[in-house]
Each structure stands twice: as structure tokens, then as C-alpha cells.
Design a protein around this ligand. Structure first.
Ligand SMILES: Nc1ncnc2c1ncn2[C@@H]1O[C@H](COP(=O)(O)OP(=O)(O)OP(=O)(O)O)[C@@H](O)[C@H]1O
Ligand SMILES: O=C(O)C1=C[C@@H](O)[C@@H](O)[C@H](O)C1
Ligand SMILES: [Mg+2]
Length: 177
């Protein structure tokens, strides 16, 4: 795959962006960055601390700033935060980086993963119906991605192979430009 581009992964909380992103970068021999980790590094605080201390808007500003700082990169798999698709400005920044891939993970899998973990302010302590409502509200935004990968219960390595196959067309288009 051409190293002149990056791959940007979007999807709901716990859809696997960070996990699959790392595996995809290993498979391609590319670098990997995670926007959530970059935000934490920039703020010097955890995501729950940013949400609790400054509010969601400040978190979103940091998220956009991080995406802006990634401009110019090549050969990098970029895992985004689950809400990055909610800001219009982020779309232009993501599309400039490379193809945007939506990990459309089955809601039942999201439910199991979110109930088993904490550290996500927009899921912690919320009932599943409220989380599912947010997921449904965000779906049209995720579906703006260039490529969608439907994910059931399967290991990251299999998802990685499917992403590589789906992106072969994107790479061909880039070569034609
Ligand atoms: N294909 C998979 N098979 C099994 N477990 C997985 C798979 N993908 C991710 N997981 C597990 O699901 C959980 C959530 O994954 P991950 O943190 O990668 O999601 P995310 O999309 O980055 O979430 P967030 O938007 O909150 O950053 C983790 O515990 C991870 O180990
Ligand atoms: O879906 C969301 O809005 C979020 C997802 C996480 O990746 C983090 O970016 C944060 O917890 C917010
Ligand atoms: Mg993540």
C-alpha cells in the first residue's frame, strides 16, 4: 500500500479503532497514532479528567488541534476518538490525511465491551439504551466515511485483512491522481 497516504479509522466507542489500528499498522509496517492518546499527552490529564474539569467542548477543541497537528504525515494509521465525526471541521482534516474507514461494529459487541470497561465519560454510568441512542444519532456521521467495514466477532488480524482488501481500490485511485 502506498506510504504517501495515511489511513484514518473512525467508529463508535469500543468499536476497535485503537486495537485494529495498531494491528493494521504492524501489518503494513506503518506508524500508529491514537488521537485520544495525543489529546491526553497535550492536556497532561486523562480523558475523564478533561471532561470533568473542562467539559466536552474543551475536549473537542483539543481533538481538532491534534488532528490539525497530524497534517503532513505519511504512512500512518490514525485511530480517532469516537466523537471526532461530530465536528464538521474534523472531516476536512481527516480527508486530507487519507481514506477514512468506518469500523461498523455490531451493537451487541459494543454493549459487551462497554459494560466490561470504564474510562469513557460518555458511556460510564449510562444505561445501554442511552448509549445506543447516541450510537444511532451518530451513525449518519460515521457513514460519511470513504469505506465501511462491518465487524462481527472476529480477531483483529481478520479485520486488518479485510481493510487492506477494501482499501486496494483507494490506493489505485491515489496512483491515478
Ligand atoms: N476484534 C476484536 N476482538 C476482540 N476484542 C476486541 C477486538 N477489537 C477490540 N477489542 C477489545 O474491545 C475493547 C475496545 O477496543 P478499542 O479500545 O480498540 O476501541 P476504540 O474504538 O478505540 O474505543 P474508543 O473510541 O473508546 O477509543 C478493548 O478491550 C479491546 O481489547
Ligand atoms: O465517543 C466519544 O465521544 C468518545 C470516545 C473516546 O474515544 C474518547 O474520545 C472520549 O471518551 C469520547
Ligand atoms: Mg481508542
Amino acid at each position: 500500500m502506498a506510504e504517501t497516504m495515511n489511513i484514518v479509522l473512525v467508529g463508535f466507542m469500543a468499536s476497535g479503532k485503537s486495537t485494529v489500528g495498531k494491528a493494521l499498522a504492524d501489518r503494513l509496517g506503518w506508524q500508529f497514532v491514537d488521537c485520544d492518546e495525543l489529546v491526553v499527552g497535550k492536556a497532561g490529564r486523562s480523558i475523564p479528567e478533561i471532561f470533568a474539569g473542562d467539559g466536552e467542548e474543551v475536549f473537542r477543541d483539543l481533538e481538532t488541534a491534534v488532528l490539525d497537528e497530524l497534517q503532513g504525515r505519511q504512512g500512518t494509521v490514525i485511530a480517532t476518538g469516537g466523537g471526532i465525526v461530530t465536528r464538521e471541521a474534523n472531516w476536512e482534516l481527516m480527508r486530507r490525511l487519507g481514506p477514512v474507514v468506518f469500523l461498523r461494529t455490531a451493537p451487541e459487541i459494543l454493549r459487551q465491551r462497554l459494560l466490561a470497561a470504564s474510562g469513557r465519560p460518555l458511556a460510564d454510568g449510562m444505561d445501554w439504551e442511552a448509549i445506543l441512542l447516541r450510537y444511532r444519532q451518530r451513525l449518519p456521521a460515521y457513514e460519511r466515511a470513504d469505506v465501511t467495514v462491518d465487524i462481527e466477532d472476529e480477531p483483529p488480524a481478520m479485520i486488518v485483512e479485510r481493510i487492506c482488501t477494501l482499501l486496494a481500490g483507494e490506493v489505485d485511485r491515489e496512483r491515478d491522481d
